[in-house]
Each structure stands twice: as C-alpha cells, then as structure tokens.
Write a new protein. Structure first.
Length: 570
C-alpha cells in the first residue's frame, strides 16, 4: 500500500521509475517502445486510463472515445497516458435472467482488474472512467486499494427517448411489460416503446443507480465538479475527461491521494447528496463497500442518521417526474450541493481532487434558474426526511433497506406469497396470482444464496405495470435496481441462505412493514418460528466452481456492503 503522506525525492515518479530507469530495465523499456514510448516519455509520470468501454451496453459504448480524451489531458499536462480496459456488464440486458447473478460480482472483478493493471505496470496514478452501475464503485474501490493519485470520471447520462411526446427510458420498457401482461398495451404498443426508449450512448436516464453513484462520487470529492451531471455525448463530457487527466498530474504534484479524500465526513456528504436526490438503494450497498475498502468506519445506520436531517429535494425518476437530463439543463449538481452546504448539511472542509475543499469548489456556484421545479426548495421538499429507510425486526435482525419516496404510504400489512427465485415471482405477478394485499417474498437471491444478489427490477416494474403499486409490497434478500419503486424492502439480512427468518416464511403469514418505526416483522409466535427453524436445512450450493462459486464463498453480508475481502483469513 502506498503511503498517504510525505514527499520523497522521486515522489512524482514513485512507481514508474522502477521500470523507466537503469540499464537493468532495458527489457521493460523495449516493450514500452512498441506501444508508443519515445526517449522523453521515460522521464514522465506514467498515468493509466482505466476504460470500461464495451459494446455490450449503451452505458459504456462511447467510453473508448472518452478514454482518449483523458489520455490527451494527461499528455498535455506533461504525463504519459496509457489506456487499458476492464470489463462491464449490462444490467438492463441481463435483468430477470440467470446472467444477472454476475452483475454485483462484476464490481469486485472491475476493482480487482484495475488494481492488477495499475500495480503490475508500476503506474504513478490513473483516471478511471465508469459508465454503468457497478463500474463506478468498482473504480473507486480500486482507487482506495491502490491509494495512488487518481480521478474518477462519469461517462455521462443518456438522452431520454421520445414516445408520443413523452420522455421514456429503460424502466419505461420494463413497466410496459407489466401493462402488456395486464392487457393495457398490445404487441405493437410494447414494440413501439421498446424501439424508442434507448436512443444512444449513456447511462440510464433517471436517478437510477448510475446517476446516483456518479453524484455520490462527486460529493465524495473524487471527481471534478459537475462530472456527474453531463450528457454522455457532449463537449462538456469530453472536456471533463481532458481536465481529469490534468487533475491527476496536479494530484501527483501535490501528493493528494484517495485516502486523503475518503474520510468519514466525505462519506456523510455522499449520503446527504444521495438523499437529496432521492437516489438508488444500491448506494447503501456500494458506499458501504467503498468505505470498507478505504478503511472508513461507515455503518448502515449512518444512512438513517443522515436521512433524519436531510430532505429529498429532487423530483427525479423513478418516483418523481424528471430525467437526469433535466437536471443537466438547469446547472447539474453543484447548485444543489451549494444549497446543502449553505443549510449546514455538508462538511465544507473536505478535501477534493481539485486540491481545494468542497466549500472552495462551491464558493462561486450560483443558484438554479427561477421557475424550475426539478429541484425543490427546503420549504417545499419532495419528502421532508430521507427516503432510504433502514429497517430492523425479526425478519431483518441485521438490517434491510427500503426506498420510501412518499408515494407508497408509510406502512403495509399483508399476507405473504413466497417464491424461491425471481423468475417464479415474476410469473406469479404477470399471471395474476399476486393480488391486492399480498406481500411478495423473494428469497434465496442474496449475495450467497443467489449467488450474486440480483436486482428485482422485472418484478417491481411488473407490479407497477399491472397497476398494483399501491396495493402490494415486495421484500427480498436480493436488491433493487435504481429504477425500482413501490413499497419495496430489500437487502434483508441475514439472508435466506444463511438461515435468516425470511427462509422460514410461509404463504399466508402476516408481515408488517412500518417505515416510520423502521421495522419489518413476521407476525407469528416464537414457538412456530422455532418449529420451522428446527425443520429448515440450507439448500445445496447452486454453483460448484467458477466466479459465482468463489463469490458465494467469500462474500460478506449485504449490511456490510457485500464485499469479498472482509473475512479473508490471512
């Protein structure tokens, strides 16, 4: 691990000089000459550009172009940029299939691969460019592990599609599936929405997980101001990448490293911004993982503590009206952060990759235009307290996470309908088995049980599409897409595979969820619970080898971020 402070005589080339100097390193230099190095380049800082480009998803299909902009920024600032790639997957394509089990796993693979390349190639710092949900926390985890000067760049949001004059996105398509099953949309109507919802490059357009995490990382101080609120295909985003390349060089010169930035206060800032935006429940999972990697003591209850002080101000999808592009149009994230800072809800003294504090970055930021209603005032919030509600009770002894926007009400009591996989639950929703008053229980979808903790966007979207959004609840030891809404509670821990009470629920059991009291309980007596527990046996592991088997063996609880290095016995 690189030191966090103190300059040494060659601090600005602390790593690359190991391969660029001395006669013994001639073989290393020979290899580098083949990829474009000249004599002068061996005297420069070698800076990685970690690209998550891939043609498997529109979220990342443009990042190869952005990576070259970042490389240019490095080179102009006097460094030598080196682009390399890592993987990405597409939640939107794999959602509802067995393939989705690899989604959260990819966060660890991305972090591992960036760490591997940067450390192996002795690079002095890096720019990391992420464009989809797991790319971003994966990039930050690598930054925290390596602790070398580095800057994160968000690939940018997609432009909304247009369907009969109304903006649509990927969640619109998932909800259209439910409408189709309910007979409210014919085949032609479904195809029409499918064909126009994704018009080009960029991450899903509401305040879903990608835009949530980009905003959280900006609030942490690891990306340049307003990196999170720019269109994927824009001059602003290209400029952001060039400036990030230069910013890494500035961080090297001033010995600014990720762990100087990733403090407890910085994570509190990120939680505050996520709350004000009405962001994804996945932020809980990812911020816990990022904090663990940075060795910051962040706990699931910190989300409750921050949420009690911070209202939801942004009226963004999925529970609000607007897409991310509307926030871009009115000035992006900095004016909201200035509002929060002026209200005393942000720690202004936190260091950022600019070399300035958060307060210094925001000093000259103006207000949003008069008349806009994308971001509300403190006098007229979307919700007076935070929407990310951490629940405890006999169904979640170590916590669960609900997303309560205010549209769903604050409590729900109903009869359980239990399913041991996402697919069987989705079928029951679409064929009409699920009725008003039911609590849909989807289990054995946790980090170990899935394995992989799939997102339940298909079932939640089907519920909304069937018109049951106010009439049923859904609970799971899996997780939710940032596009999920309705009365939903996920991340239930202990998960079913670990013998959590969710494994023992039976059809017809009464379940009560109370977002005001922060409770989630199975309302049956202890004697019956004990009887069921005595008869329960853990199911056989679903995967015997490969990445999912390794993940299931290593992964920690969702309440601890579902990281894979928490309990390594070294």
């Amino acid at each position: 691990m690189a030191p966090t402070g103190g300059n040494t005589p060659d601090a600005d080339r602390q790593f690359s000089k190991q391969i660029s100097e001395s006669p013994e390193r001639a073989p290393s230099r020979s290899m580098l000459r083949a990829v474009g190095f000249g004599d002068e380049d061996f005297k420069k800082n070698m800076i990685g550009v970690a690209s998550t480009w891939s043609m498997v998803t529109p979220c990342n299909m443009h990042i190869d172009v952005l990576a070259r902009e970042a490389e240019l920024g490095v080179n102009k600032a006097g460094g030598k940029g080196i682009i390399f790639n890592t993987i990405t997957i597409s939640d939107g394509i794999s959602m509802g299939t067995e393939g989705m089990k690899y989604s959260l796993v990819s966060r660890e693979v991305i972090a591992d691969s960036i760490e591997t390349v940067i450390a192996c190639e002795n690079l002095d710092g890096f720019v990391a460019i992420g464009g989809c949900d797991k790319n971003m926390p994966g990039c930050v985890m690598a930054m925290a592990r390596l602790n070398r000067p580095s800057v994160f760049v968000y690939g940018g949001t997609i432009m909304p599609g247009d369907h009969n004059g109304k903006p649509v996105d990927i969640v619109s398509v998932f909800e259209a599936v439910g409408e189709h099953a309910n007979g409210r949309l014919d085949d032609a109507g479904l195809k029409a929405i499918e064909s126009c919802a994704i018009p080009g490059a960029g991450s899903c357009g509401g305040m879903y997980t990608a835009n949530t995490m980009a905003s959280a990382i900006e609030a942490l101080g690891l990306s340049l101001p307003n990196s999170s609120a720019q269109a994927a295909i824009s001059k602003d985003k290209a400029q952001d990448c060039q400036e990030a390349g230069a910013a890494v060089m500035h961080c090297i010169k001033n010995n600014i490293r990720p762990r100087d930035i990733l403090t407890k206060k910085a994570f509190e800032n990120a939680i505050t911004v996520v709350t004000a935006l009405g962001g994804s429940t996945n932020a809980v999972l990812h911020l816990l993982a990022m904090a663990h990697t940075a060795e910051v003591d962040l706990h699931i209850d910190d989300f409750t503590r921050v949420g009690q002080k911070c209202p939801v101000l942004a009226d963004l999808k999925p529970s609000g009206k607007y897409v991310m592009n509307e926030l871009v149009k009115i000035g992006g994230l900095p004016p909201l952060m200035k509002m929060l800072l002026d209200k005393g809800l942000l720690h202004g003294d936190c260091l950022t990759v600019t070399g300035k504090t958060l307060a210094e970055n925001l000093a000259n930021v103006g207000t949003y235009p008069e008349g806009q209603d994308v971001v509300r005032s403190f006098d007229n919030p979307k919700k007076p307290e935070g929407h990310l509600v951490v629940l405890y009770g006999n169904l979640a002894e170590t916590g669960a996470v609900a997303k309560i926007s205010g549209n769903e009400g604050t409590s729900f009591t109903g009869e359980a309908r239990c399913y041991d996989s996402e697919e069987t639950a989705l079928k029951a929703i679409l064929d009409g088995t699920i009725q008003k008053g039911h609590v849909i229980v989807i289990r054995y979808e946790g980090p170990k049980g899935g394995p992989g903790m799939r997102e339940m966007l298909a079932p939640t979207a089907a519920v909304m599409g069937k018109g049951l959004g106010s009439d049923v609840a859904l609970i799971t030891d899996g997780r939710f897409s940032g596009g999920s809404h309705g009365f939903v509670a996920g991340h239930i821990t202990p998960e079913a595979r670990e013998g959590g009470l969710i494994a023992l629920v039976e059809d017809g059991d009464p379940i009560t969820i109370d977002a005001v009291a922060h409770t989630i309980n199975l309302d049956i007596d202890e004697a019956e619970i004990a009887k069921r527990r005595a008869a329960w046996k853990a199911p056989e592991a679903r995967y015997k080898n490969g990445v999912l088997a390794k993940y299931a063996k290593l992964v920690a609880s969702a309440s601890e971020g579902a990281v894979t290095d928490k309990y390594l016995d070294l």
